[in-house]
Design a protein around this ligand. Sequence first.
Ligand code: HEC
Length: 279
Amino acid sequence: MAFTKKFGIAAAALLGCVAFTTLSLRAQEGGSTETPKPERQSWSFAGPFGAFDQAQLQRGFQIYKEVCSNCHELHIPMRTLAEPGGPGFTEAQVKTLAATYTIHDGPNLQGEMFDRPGRPADYFPSPFPNPEAAAASLGAAPPDMSLLAKSIKYERGFPWFIFDALPIPGGMYQEVGPDMIYAILNGYTHPDDPNWNLYFPGHKIAMPKPLNDGQVQYTDGAPMTLHQYSKDVAAFLYWAAEPTMEQRKRVGIRVMIFLLVFAGLLYFTKKKIWADVAH
Ligand code: HEC
């Protein structure tokens, strides 16, 4: 009897939860006609075992360099490109690349500023002297890209933010940033208005459509499509925002394994300690 009662309460609670979730999902759908939520893309770096695809990061860097860097700053040292867990450029490649940039340096012993070729320890130079100059020429200041993939967000809302945190299929969702970058690059759905974007809050974006099919020449055989370009550059920007992601995930797995083993040991210790106590 007691059992059926308990079962009844549990079932009612479960039903309540399901109803509540369905209702809030409905409410969310209703509210999403304005700015739709970006679709989730598949990323090689998603999930606890995720890792970057080196070739993809290299292509993403190419997109940044040939297209985005005309307007956006990327405030990271160039040598990061040769560090483990990244695009895997060699130090020699980065040295050659750095030398193609002109760095405004100084003052020298005569108190003068001077220009010199870049070195791997230099940061990528900014296309504008300051954000005001960028805003004056583009209508709005393009955000620095070094943290863009972490800072750009949209409201996931209830109940998603709960599921997103759980270790369930589709959970542990941390790729909101790259999904949003991909969505914006593919969100120019009014061909007559290059500043209308489906996913940008308010739909009016100061950035005119930056990428189109066939615009950038890939040399590794990857498709030269807007879809591929935007995935590659979003992946690259995710890496740029967290160049030590692979290391973090490896440590996370080790900690989980340790905790499991430790929990097992505690269980057997507890059994042993209480073995002789009558209960
Ligand atoms: C012609 C200059 C220009 C180019 C080229 C450009 N951007 Fe932008 N971008 C801007 C400006 C300006 C803004 C600010 C838009 C605003 O606030 O309305 C912006 C904003 C963005 C945003 C939205 C940021 C936010 O806070 O919501 C993303 C994402 C973005 N750019 C990605 C890129 C990527 C990726 C590339 C390269 C493929 C690129 N941009 C190339 C000028 C540019």
